[in-house]
Design a protein around this ligand. Sequence first.
Ligand SMILES: [Mg+2]
Ligand SMILES: [Zn+2]
Length: 206
Amino acid sequence: MSAGKPSNFAKIHPVLYLSRRTRRGEIFPMKLVILDRDGVINHDSDQYVKSPEEWKPIAGSLAAIARLNQAGYRVVVATNQSGIGRGLFETDTLIAIHEKMFKALAQVGGRIDAVFFCPHTNADNCECRKPKSGMLREIAARFNADLAGVPAIGDSMRDLQAAAAAGAQPMLVLTGKGRKTVDDPALPADTLVFPDLAAAAAHIAH
Ligand SMILES: [Mg+2]
Ligand SMILES: [Zn+2]
């Protein structure tokens, strides 16, 4: 493993902490959307996305994130990146990939507030690798957010299972592995299904 010992969580984009309490002490509902990355924002690859060159956005996905932002939603990514744990690429490369993603997003007026990633493999038996809900619970803690009703959008069963386990609203997109996932009998019962991120964003930000 050439990537060294990865820490349990890494946040690679500055997060703005906002007070969500009014003077009377009410808590604003957090307008938050959690996204999987590969197969949702960008095209997935069985060989892993392991360089900025290999990161290619799915048509309409960046504009969809901008649309969510314009509707007042903060967008956070939770992504399994076991390619790091397998030694296929370094954390620095993942950061470079995300810099490309942030730049492409900025060009359409979109913003991702934070990327949470799990660098581990199955063998590490960590709490963050989806289908476990560790990353989503960490997002809830960092953003002081209740995940009830928060859309968690993914293309794989493990994304939806993590969403359901964290009490978020599972949403499946049919990009990436989504067309396979939709036929899985283990799909959480309350999963909403959309053709792609653009359609999901249109539903959320209508
Ligand atoms: Mg995916
Ligand atoms: Zn992990």
